[in-house]
Design a protein around this ligand. Structure first.
Ligand code: WT7
Length: 630
């Protein structure tokens, strides 16, 4: 098992956890149905997904489930007409879900808002009308630079409802990173806030926007949500207050009829290029994949209160924080701030206060909370919890077991879900009725065929490490990289012809359970967030003192991984602590707070292949002995 040496206390970790009797009794999908679906998925994945699609509402059904003719540009539900927002909101307004709470939101200072489906529907419609009044048309990008507040979901849904394409940009990104993304996505309208609360402080979001827009003439209109009511500069003719705009709009709007393959959103992610890439998702297949995986993996019930405790700006927030729970008609919790504010029991207090049944979070958060001890979760009543989820990075058996015992009280299965910005939906995860192995993400979802292979795409033997690939097209798959279809083909589909390359290393055990090791490419996973080594290297190289730089990931007890840079200085330049700080600040300034550069080591030269490529793996191995890495 990964994670190194087990301590005496942890020896029980190799255990397998059988499904809990009460889980099996209550589960939407019984073990027998699950097994049948797995078999069905193997022989007829198109049929499996077609049946899933039948559970949603379409304006017109498809002529064909899957068109492979333009592979790797696969097209799902060809000829169908739909809009994901119809499934997330409009259809519920005709049922008793209409008056159910859709979103429970808590601000970091403790303020709270609850919105029913009907209220959310009307707010979305009003903002959709605002966007139309700002001349947003089908296919136009609307950029959203907002924290976890209801207006973020409202802006996403409003954009999609009128056929626009949303591009949510995580609020941890700096002005420069924001600017790069706004330019790349050709955004003309940006929705933001005056600021928000984070870890007891105010983040002045609008000031960051103003800086970003100095060099971003494409953005003509900025809609500003008043969250903190601070004194901010509003630029005449460009900046408009959200509340003033929605006030005068009608709460009804015509929904745009979309082709199944029309774009829904862009999320930028880091990969093997020196700039982030816009991953494009479309209405039809995305809604099917996300809906079905949510129903089965999170085993959602009508009375459930579900909390996806991650930022809306990431794919997890899009798929399982907004779209899936709304399509399922569930009540979803949203939290603005830091999980350690004001104390490390904020999450537990919220579980008790709202009676949360399903909690979905990341290993970094679990490790962070674990560090504060097991007595904190004991102080709160966590008895409503029925199911736990983990996402974004490998979870060690130790952290898994802590979560299982201290949060789930050995009464809640843990679904460790593997997916990517590109896959849109969860691809590998146990179901609540599965056998659970701490540290394993379980098996691929029914209708998703994956394998661990060598460089020739040959299956690895059980226990052997290899490349993780997907063998069939799946719904919710991204359809291209924005403005760069060539890279889409090259990066993902050419390394193993005919298959999708995930960029991850993994191994399978004899039962087919997958253990994900981490990235095989130049992508770091810092606290469950992707940071491209090449993006950091580009920023370092831009510094006047730097000749060359290489960035690798080094282990970190809380964040899983942080970055270390090997830097060759220009001739005649002396290294110094000041220079190290300058380089660290440059990274933060250009890429944002998630790109944590922990250490800088100055070297004479970088190890390279004969063709001049930097051998990062050599640096990665050599850093094990470096004192600075500690
Ligand atoms: C990369 C994708 C999935 C949403 C958040 C991240 C890693 C993701 C797991 C997991 C081990 C995981 C992979 C993957 N990853 N989930 N359960 N166990 N690793 O989305 O930013 O696109 O990153 O995160 O390395 O390739 P992302």
């Amino acid at each position: 098992m990964f994670g190194g040496n087990l301590t005496d206390q942890d020896k029980g970790l190799e255990r397998i956890f059988r499904p809990l009797p009460q889980t099996v009794i209550q589960a939407n999908i019984s073990p027998t149905e699950y097994e049948a679906a797995m078999k069905r998925g193997e022989i007829d994945f198109e049929g499996f997904w077609e049946e899933a699609a039948e559970e949603l509402d379409w304006f017109k059904k498809w002529d064909k489930v899957l068109d492979r003719s333009g592979a790797p540009f696969y097209r799902w539900f060809v000829g169908a007409k739909c809009n994901i927002v119809y499934n997330a909101l409009d259809r519920h307004i005709e049922t008793r879900i209409k008056n159910k709470v859709a979103i429970i939101w808590e601000g970091e200072p403790g303020d709270m808002r609850k919105l029913t489906y009907y209220e959310l529907y009307r707010k979305v419609n009003k903002f959709a009308n605002v966007l139309t009044s700002l001349d947003v048309k089908k296919g136009d990008t609307v950029a959203i630079y907002l924290p976890n507040i209801p207006e973020t979901a409202i802006a996403m849904l409003a954009t999609a409802k009128i056929g626009g394409v949303h591009n949510v940009i995580f609020t941890g990104f700096s002005a420069m990173a924001l600017r790069d993304r706004l330019k790349d996505a050709d955004a003309r309208v940006l929705v933001t806030a005056d600021g928000f609360y984070r870890n007891g402080k105010v983040v002045n979001l609008k000031a960051i926007v103003d800086e970003a827009l100095e060099e971003c003439p494409g953005v003509e209109t900025v809609v500003v949500v008043k969250r903190i009511a601070s004194d901010i500069d509003m630029i005449d003719g460009r900046d408009l207050w959200y509340h003033e705009l929605v006030d005068v709009e009608s709460p009804e709007v015509e929904i745009e009829v979309m082709d199944s393959e029309d774009p829904l959103f862009i999320v930028h992610t880091s990969g093997t290029t020196d700039r982030p890439k816009g991953v494009v998702h479309v209405h039809g297949s995305y809604m099917v994949g996300v809906y079905k995986t949510f129903q089965w993996i999170f085993d959602i019930k009508e009375t459930d209160i579900y909390w996806c405790a991650v930022d809306i700006g990431w794919i997890t927030g899009h798929s399982y924080g907004v779209y899936a729970p709304l399509m399922a008609g569930a009540t979803t919790v949203m939290y603005e701030g830091h999980v350690l504010y004001p104390k490390a029991d904020r999450m537990w207090s919220m579980v008790e206060k709202y009676g949360i049944n399903i909690l979905y979070t990341s290993p970094t958060i679990i490790r962070m909370l674990r560090r504060f001890g097991s007595h904190l979760p004991l102080r709160w009543d966590l008895g409503t919890l029925r199911l736990l989820g983990s996402v974004g990075e490998p979870i060690s058996p130790e952290a898994w077991l802590w979560y299982y015992k201290n949060v789930g009280k050995e009464n809640c299965p843990i679904v460790d879900t593997w997916f990517q910005t590109e896959t849109g939906m969860i691809m590998i995860s146990p179901l609540p009725v599965s056998l659970l192995k701490p540290g394993s993400v379980g098996k691929p979802f029914p209708g998703v065929l994956m394998d661990v292979v060598d460089t020739h795409a040959k299956s690895k033997k059980p226990g052997e490490e290899g490349f993780l690939i997907v063998k069939n097209p799946w719904p919710a798959m991204f359809t291209t990289l924005y403005k760069d279809p060539q890279r889409y083909r090259e990066i993902y589909w050419e390394k193993f012809p005919g298959y999708y390359y995930t960029g991850d290393m993994a191994k399978k055990d004899a039962d087919g359970y997958i253990f994900v090791r981490g990235r095989a490419d130049e992508v770091l996973n810092i606290g469950g967030q992707r940071v491209g080594a090449l993006e950091m290297e580009r920023a370092l190289r831009d510094h006047k003192a730097v000749e060359e730089a290489a960035v690798v990931g080094i282990p970190d007890r809380i964040k899983g991984e942080v970055a270390k840079a090997f830097v060759v200085l220009k001739k005649g330049i002396e290294d110094s602590d000041d220079l190290i700080n300058e380089l660290k600040n440059k990274i933060r300034h250009e890429l944002g707070s998630i790109a944590i550069l922990k250490t800088v080591e100055f070297v004479e030269s970088l190890p390279k292949t004969s063709s001049g490529e930097i051998m990062r793996h050599v640096l990665k191995t050599s850093q094990g002995s470096s004192k600075e890495a500690e």
